[in-house]
Unconditional design. Structure first.
Ligand code: HEM
Ligand code: FES
Lengths: 428, 181
């Protein structure tokens, strides 16, 4: 961050600060003149959008925390008080509540973008892995946040998810007691979840900083997935991408606002407006929509894994489900080594492209299955979806890495852009 | 490694390694000593551990009916089983069970089944306590969360749960009073 050759600023105050701490030089280098591929499409908006959502969640969260009481006897009522009595409490809570959903929408699209255009490949592996870490932290944060209003879904969601850890042999039960601070989800659990829900978003900020730092070392990928070869391939970040990002953000916020003001509870579950009751499980427990695919994978493992026709079981169904669920995301960490095909962008990999779209379909199918009761056809569909999900990463990708013949790559970004101007064809 | 390192450095080198190792070991012990109390604060506290007991009068419970009581923040199912239900539970071939237990091992008096009403899969409260509830395919309890079926001895028969519903410590203080815990 040392600024060897700093150009002086005209404004004397700015110059006084910058010569002592080159903040302005840094900002200008990383966000002003930063050379950015000139062929971005709108998929490249979602990083900035996710950043906006993170800030939104932190700001609204801190305001909520000022009126929230993390005690089993008061939590539900304090949230209702925020909704009814606190000035603009309803607005802040609906922004926060729907904000979690929209944060996940932005991040899911952002991750898909990375997969489609091969942004996880060399030299951006670490950048990608930091992203996966952010996603895991987000999941933990959102899960614990959902427990705070202490409704029926809060309570039973917390019960089911913390019990996942009891699947691990030997230490499982002790881990669960450590998580609960007791023998069931109770006041100690609510207290620590609030403490962690407050903390983790700031940890996310830290990892986002590393994520962006790594991005600014390698530079951005682009829809063609080929390297930047020189200045003719790039544009300065400002004003070109500050404008494009702002435009996309405004459209995103408009849709987000539509939910906040006109259907604030559409993405939630009515059972969570019933206070938590440890004696009655709601007939149909479902997590928030953004967790449904993983929940479906958890439930897809209905069988023990062992030697057939004997009593020997290596992995009981419960542990199998838990490993499948955690594994489904941990796989993303090693994605750069599962897909070693030299071509990044799916545009030039017709087989990979199809396989990836089928993965998206399987993921959506799993999302639907996760919201249904675990019976009949839904069990089978969940198993098919899970099977494809794992086959994609563990079989199809390594296979395509060796076998797939890519389409010819354009010589450079700049030539491809000029080429596209002439042809009227539409490209993915 | 500088070029002038000669055999004369050897004793020094081992001394240094020894110092590194001991310093490292002390550091690890110190870190552990600081971290463990903090982690341990998250374990159940003394008041939580002070194991509460629950006393239940079951004299009014007709055969075929059950009650749910709270013990240590968890529901406990007490079922007054009918002769049929007992017979059904006894008739099961134990070798076929996932969690092999005879009915006798699970009850003190055959008419009274006392179990913790927490599904051994992921902790939901199974249905089956009310007459109108679904009781699953084995005439006991059914967990709606992920579809575990328990029989009339509350043993796991079908679905993802690995174990039978747990039998809590309890005793009969007289013919119709049960003390749990
Ligand atoms: C990564 C960012 C965050 C995410 C994904 C997130 C997610 C959530 C979710 C899903 C809820 C449940 C909303 C509901 O159904 O009522 C919630 C509640 C809450 N969050 Fe956050 N949150 C984040 C950051 C924060 C921060 C930084 C604070 C600051 C202390 C905070 C404070 C609260 C409070 C007090 C509640 C309970 C009130 C309520 O339920 O509306 N959150 N959060
Ligand atoms: S918690 Fe009962 S089946 Fe999963």
């Amino acid at each position: 961050m040392a600024s060897g050759n700093r150009t002086p600023f005209k404004n004397p105050v700015v110059e006084w600060v910058d010569s002592r701490l080159p903040l302005f030089t840094l900002m200008n280098k990383e966000y002003g003149v930063f050379p950015t591929p000139k062929n971005f499409n709108y998929f490249w908006n979602f990083g900035a959008i996710a950043m906006f959502m993170l800030v939104t969640m932190i700001v609204t969260g801190i305001v909520l925390a000022m009126n929230y009481a993390a005690h089993t006897a008061h939590a539900f009522d304090s949230v209702e008080r925020i909704m009814r009595d606190v000035n603009f409490g309803w607005l802040i809570r609906y922004i926060h509540m729907n904000g979690a959903s929209f944060f996940f929408i932005a991040v899911y699209i952002h991750i898909f973008r990375g997969m489609y255009y091969g942004s996880y490949k060399q030299p951006r592996e670490l950048l990608w892995m930091l992203g996966v870490l952010i996603f895991l932290l987000m999941m933990a944060t959102a899960f614990m946040g959902y427990v705070l209003p202490w409704g029926q879904m809060s309570y039973w969601g917390a019960t089911v998810i913390t019990n996942l850890f009891s699947a691990f042999p030997v230490v499982g039960e002790s881990i669960v007691q450590l998580l609960w601070g007791g023998f069931s989800v109770d006041n100690p659990t609510l207290n620590r979840f609030f403490a962690l829900h407050y903390l983790l978003p700031f940890v996310i900020v830290g990892v986002v900083f590393l994520h962006v730092w790594a991005l600014h070392v390698t530079g951005s990928n682009n829809p063609l997935g080929i390297d930047v070869k020189g200045p003719q391939d790039t544009l300065p970040f400002h004003p070109y991408y500050t404008m494009k990002d702002t435009f996309g953000l405004v459209v995103f916020i408009a849709i987000y606002a539509l939910f906040i003001f006109f259907m604030p509870n559409q993405l939630g579950h009515p059972d969570n407006y019933t206070p938590a009751n440890p004696l009655v499980t709601p007939p149909h427990i479902v997590p928030e929509w953004y967790f449904l695919p993983y929940y479906a994978m958890l439930r897809a493992i209905t069988f023990d894994i062992g030697i057939p026709f004997t009593d020997i079981v290596f992995i009981p169904a419960k542990l199998g489900g838990v490993l499948t669920m955690f594994g489904s995301i941990l796989l993303w960490f090693v994605l750069p080594w599962l897909d070693t095909h030299p071509v990044r962008s799916a545009r030039f990999r017709p087989q990979f492209r199809i396989a990836l779209w089928v993965l998206v379909a399987a993921f959506i199918l799993l999302g639907v299955v996760g919201g249904k009761p675990p019976e009949g056809i839904w069990v089978i569909l969940g198993q098919i979806g899970t099977l494809y999900y794992f086959a994609f990463f563990l079989v199809i990708l390594p296979l395509l890495s060796r076998k797939e013949k890519a389409l010819p790559l354009p010589p450079s970004i700049h030539e491809a852009v000029l080429q596209q101007k002439k042809s009227v064809g539409v490209q993915a | 490694m500088s070029s002038d390192s000669s055999s004369g450095d050897k004793p020094d080198q081992t001394k240094r390694e020894f110092l590194y190792l001991t310093a490292g070991a002390m550091g690890a012990v110190a870190t552990g000593a600081v971290v463990w109390p903090m982690v341990d604060t998250m374990n159940p506290a003394a008041d939580t551990l002070a194991m509460a007991t629950t006393e239940v009068d079951v004299s009014k419970l007709e055969p075929g009916h059950s009650v749910t009581v709270m013990w240590r923040g968890k529901p406990v199912f007490i079922k007054h089983r009918t002769a049929e239900e007992i017979a059904e539970a006894k008739a099961v071939n134990v070798a076929d069970l996932r969690d092999k237990q005879t009915d006798e091992e699970r009850v003190q008096k055959p008419e009274w089944l006392v179990v913790v009403g927490v599904c051994t899969h992921l902790g939901c409260v199974p249905l089956g306590q009310k007459e109108t509830d679904a009781k699953g395919e084995f005439d006991g309890w059914f967990c709606p969360c992920h579809g575990s079926h328990y029989d009339s001895s509350a043993r796991i028969r079908k679905g993802p749960a690995p174990k039978n519903l747990a039998v809590p410590p309890y005793k009969f203080t007289n013919d119709t009073t049960i003390l749990i815990g």
